[in-house]
Ligand binder design. Structure first.
Ligand code: GTP
Ligand code: MG
Length: 195
């Protein structure tokens, strides 16, 4: 994808109405701090257009990035952040559910998993939830630069087993530091979901 222009067009909180977009949407889910906003920046060829932070819980809204007036990359708020009240978790669930269930333009949901760690119960729940909403999640194993090359296959296997992936599910290793995996993600999005 050649990035000509990007625009953070809509920021949706708990009480906001979801946008009635006319271009396809591709969403990125995953636990807090897994690297969703970093991935979106890498896809947009920007360093810090989407706000990233070492402190989990940075993105608490659904952010719609308009790409070339052609499509949207959608940054979802992360889950599994311990310092969040029960009430906030419920609000988060309602917001995500409203979006996954209600968006007419949502074409695909990518689920990000830190390649270093076995998927958590929350990751598994999120995976099953995405499947239950009728999507075939694509897995992105993030922070690839943090493990040795010789360990990659072992970690990918643990991710697949931990989530109980449907056979044939695509898993793309990715690093926002080296940008490895970025072209593969774009190629996949362009061939599968765009005109
Ligand atoms: P929330 O908005 O809290 O849900 O987090 P997020 O999933 O958007 O994560 P974010 O992109 O803000 O990244 C969290 C931290 O991980 C930041 O300190 C990033 O610099 C770091 N990070 C993200 N991706 C990578 C990666 O591929 N490699 C390395 N080494 N660090 C990464
Ligand atoms: Mg974020």
């Amino acid at each position: 994808m050649i990035i000509k222009n990007i625009n953070l067009e809509t920021v949706c909180g708990i009480t906001s109405k979801l946008p009635d977009n006319s271009y396809p949407e591709i969403a990125f889910a995953g636990k807090s701090n897994v690297g969703k906003s970093s991935l979106i920046n890498a896809l947009m060829n920007r360093k810090s257009y989407a706000r990233i932070s070492a402190t989990p819980g940075k993105t608490q809204t659904i952010n719609f990035y308009n790409i070339n007036d052609e499509m949207y990359l959608v940054d979802l708020p992360g889950y599994g952040y311990a310092k969040v009240s029960e009430q906030e978790k419920i609000r988060w669930g309602k917001l995500i559910e409203r979006y996954l269930h209600g968006s007419k333009q949502l074409k695909a949901v990518f689920l990000l998993i830190d390649i270093r760690h076995d998927p958590s119960a929350n990751d598994k729940m999120m995976y099953d939830w995405i499947v239950a909403q009728g999507f075939e999640p694509i897995i992105i194993a993030t922070k690839l630069d943090k493990i040795k090359r010789s360990q990659v296959a072992k970690h990918l296997k643990a991710v697949k087993q931990g989530l109980g992936l449907i056979p044939g599910t695509k898993v793309i290793p990715f690093s926002s530091v080296t940008k490895q995996g970025r072209d593969e993600i774009w190629e996949f999005v362009e061939t599968e979901y765009l005109g």
